[in-house]
Design a protein around this ligand. Structure first.
Ligand code: PMP
Length: 339
């Protein structure tokens, strides 16, 4: 195979698996993080973006010069916009106002037209996902080259990216020596896709749900209950999306931010891994799975996106203090106070 990549799409996936030292030492397990932040758009969502685009092109719905419309917490939009730039498609992104400024800036930089909407639950017709579906229909009628709705939550091209990519990569990289996989859910593409690829091979699947999400209570009690809240972005689902259908995790935990964030801080301070909040929920989930399974197991999780995307929030002491969250000493040390 040529070492030269023909285009951006060819650089998506085949991310390294990194041993997480502290988590592994603390549990006696091998806890491995799949470095999805090393995708070209710096997140796991490049995989779904690529599969959704390729699927729409194959079906003849996305034509040259066409427009891709999507409702996204940001990362899928960044993947779609960068891939779109590379392939000749325009992107229109509907994003809740509450998402980080860095992601919005990156979306604009990548050429996306941005529509910001107030955060609203899915049942509200102006929820960003439902808004984006209507906008796609309008633009498809109005634009000469048409528009498609990527619809990442209910378009199963999303989870196919993980059935065909992430799951076999994990299997190959561990030589089949993998006992558990755990991650949080946004669309469910990652969890369900990896589960469909690895559960039949005997790998146990764990859900790490943030507070404010409803899946933990659904999988453990059969009801959609969503207590609490989280500063993490891109995760926290209140319904069974089409991507989640047909999959049942073997384990489920609800992880508070107060448990996840110290892990994210420690990973940067001691292991040089600069990550977003959802990666902290995932690693916390992997630690819980390791404790439940006992020492000697290999557990894989997802390092979802790069931390600079959250400089104004997760990495901002004032923001954390405002939310009543723990602030690590080193992060709190303003440069002016260094003698
Ligand atoms: N972490 C981050 C930062 C994300 O943006 C997303 C996707 N919204 C996820 C995790 C969850 O991935 P998935 O959509 O495959 O469930």
């Amino acid at each position: 195979m040529s070492p030269i990549k023909p285009d951006l799409a060819a650089t998506v996936g085949n991310t390294p698996l990194i041993r997480l030292r502290h988590a592994s030492e603390a549990t006696g397990c091998e806890i491995l993080g799949k470095a999805e932040f090393m995708n070209p758009g710096q997140s796991v969502k490049d995989r779904a973006a690529l599969y959704i685009i390729e699927d729409a092109v194959r079906r003849g719905e996305l034509r040259p010069g066409g427009t891709i419309v999507e409702g996204t917490a940001g990362n899928t939009g960044i993947g779609l916009a960068l891939m779109g730039a590379s392939m000749g498609f325009k992107t229109v992104i509907v994003i809740p106002e509450t998402q980080s400024q860095e992601k919005k800036d990156m979306l604009r930089l990548a050429g996306a037209d941005l529509v910001q909407v107030p955060a609203a639950p899915y049942k509200n017709p102006n929820n960003y996902v439902r808004y984006s579906g209507r906008l796609a229909e309008e633009l498809d009628r109005a634009l000469p080259n048409g528009a498609i709705w990527a619809n990442q939550f209910d378009n199963i091209a999303n989870r196919r990216a993980h059935i065909e990519g992430t799951a076999p990569e994990i299997w190959d990289q561990t030589g089949g020596k993998v006992d558990g996989f755990v991650c949080a859910v946004g669309t469910g593409g990652t969890l369900a896709g990896v589960a469909m690829g690895l559960q039949p091979k005997g790998v146990k699947i764990g859900l790490a749900d943030p507070e404010g999400a409803a899946l933990h209570s659904f999988y453990t009690e059969g009801v959609f209950d969503m207590p609490g809240s989280s500063i993490t972005e891109g995760i926290g689902q209140s319904r069974i999306t089409a991507n989640l259908e047909g999959v049942t995790p073997d384990f489920s935990w609800r992880i508070p931010d107060a448990e996840a964030l110290p892990i994210v801080f420690d990973l940067l301070e001691h292991e040089g891994l600069c990550l977003g909040g959802s990666s902290g929920i995932n690693v916390a989930g992997a630690i819980r799975m390791a404790k439940e399974m006992g020492p000697g197991h290999t557990i894989v999780t997802i390092l979802c996106d790069y931390g600079t995307r959250y400089q104004s929030k997760l990495w901002n002491p004032d923001f954390l203090r405002d939310k009543g969250l723990p602030v690590p000493g080193w992060l709190d040390r303003a440069p002016a106070s260094i003698p």
